[in-house]
Design a protein around this ligand. Sequence first.
Ligand SMILES: CC(=O)SCCNC(=O)CCNC(=O)[C@H](O)C(C)(C)COP(=O)(O)OP(=O)(O)OC[C@H]1O[C@@H](n2cnc3c(N)ncnc32)[C@H](O)[C@@H]1OP(=O)(O)O
Ligand SMILES: CC(=O)C(=O)O
Length: 535
Amino acid sequence: MTVNSSQKLWMYDTTLRDGTQREGLSVSLEDKLRIARRLDELGIPFIEGGWPGANPKDVQLFWQLQEQPLKQAQIVPFCSTRRPNQAASSEPMLQAILAASTNWVTIFGKSWDLHVTEGLKTSLAENLEMIRDTLQYLRGQGRRVIYDAEHWFDGYKYNPDYALQTIKTAVDAGAEWLVLCDTNGGTLPHEVSQIVTSVIKSFPQHIQLGIHTHNDSDMAVANALAGVMSGVGMVQGTMNGYGERCGNANLCSLIPNLQLKLGYKCIEDDQLSQLAQTSRFVSEVVNLAPDDHAPFVGRSAFAHKGGIHVSAVQKNPLTYEHIEPEQVGNCRRIVISEQAGVSNVLMKARGFGIEIDKNHPKTRQILQRLKELESQGYQFEAAEASFELLMREVLETRPSWFQVKGFQIHCDLGKAVLTTKALATVKVAVNNEDIWEAAEGNGPVAALDAALRKGLVKFYPQIQTFELTDYKVRILNGHTGTSATTRAIVELGNGTQRWTTIGVSNNILEASYQAVVEGLEYGLLLHSQLNAEVR
Ligand SMILES: CC(=O)SCCNC(=O)CCNC(=O)[C@H](O)C(C)(C)COP(=O)(O)OP(=O)(O)OC[C@H]1O[C@@H](n2cnc3c(N)ncnc32)[C@H](O)[C@@H]1OP(=O)(O)O
Ligand SMILES: CC(=O)C(=O)O
């Protein structure tokens, strides 16, 4: 593979236009502005804001950005060529993009004869005229033009002569960039390389090429890379690969591949180290859960679970990491599970502030206990607070704040759905004193949690600050019906920290009880550690 030394590549983000064509993704004007400003900070030089004239929100976006422009990026409106048999000067859509008052505009036109005759229902000659007239008109109005050759690769495969005529017309009419689009996403990387090479050969003069790829064959990133390696200088894509159908080329993968692997200059290194945060910011704003397993930017992209991996990564991270996570703003994580070895345990212990080493007599015992419990259905990667308690138990340093001696749950059936209330009574011993308490809740877990706190608060007033923030239940072997094993995971917080604990039983209430009790214990442990630090 050839490594290019610092050649500039122009990144073009279309999250706000093609990204919003993803099913289930909808953003407000405010959201669009927030994303545009964040992409500007990331150093993306071209940001496609939308299609003014197609909807009011996109018109307003460009107005707002005239009032408060971006710092460095060019904001670009997107539009089609004029309609058949019209004058560009009387096309309302083109008036709308002129009103956006930008330096650059992006116009897409047809390259594939099938689309001209079947979609536009016009002649091949008129399509060329639509491209020429539209681009010349916009150039005459002082706009710089990026021309998106829609369905370029399919068009070229079916009728290369006609496809080439369309982009030659665009260049003659003043397009400064020709962007070759794999609109249907069906092209493979070797085809991209061949076709881009042929296009370059077909132009006697130097032309600036770009590439816009879709992910229908899971090739969007590979195809964009193939385009760059064959000579294109602009790459279009979206944050997190959002886009119509299966999405667009994912800039969160493309930028680090281009910059860190192929040596191109896309953005500054300190901007690259904002990539993971920007990816998560965009997913937050568009209200889609981030993909933990996304390359480079996902939470698990540098998470090591297998004991062999953790052992080696501690010696040299290159053994199981293709780049340094910090280069893209991510971080290394060690996951604890039945796949762990002593190395995982030691790394976690260090994180918990527990001093043990490989030769400590209890280290293997902790690992063995972890594996036993995981085989019963525990999953400590999702409940690290419980793992710390397990470790302290084996090391005989787990404090004992209280013992639950028993509990009962009683449910009062309401008159309608969602009106049933649960009552929990608990017997709990603190400092050899037995206490009975009862409390109500919307469900049995909330009632149990409330009753326990009621009993404990006079001994541990800090318990008032603990809040049950999440509760999840998973049936592990559903085929056994109502006697199935249940895993309960609860998350608690104290305003500044959050922690997660786990319980497993073939009784859903017992599983939940274990998780809640460990959650309270862990909160008390954190509080005592904080007090010890203050002292
Ligand atoms: C490959 C891409 O992603 S292109 C971008 C696709 N994005 C979108 O479509 C989102 C925004 N679109 C819209 O809001 C609407 O479709 C609009 C406002 C653009 C057009 O709406 P309408 O006028 O109601 O037309 P409609 O959406 O039904 O059909 C699209 C029209 O554009 C025409 N068209 C498609 N491509 C082009 C082109 N490159 N040049 C000129 N006309 C075109 C079609 O032939 C069709 O015309 P017809 O109504 O005469 O058959
Ligand atoms: C222009 C565009 O979005 C496409 O061809 O896919």
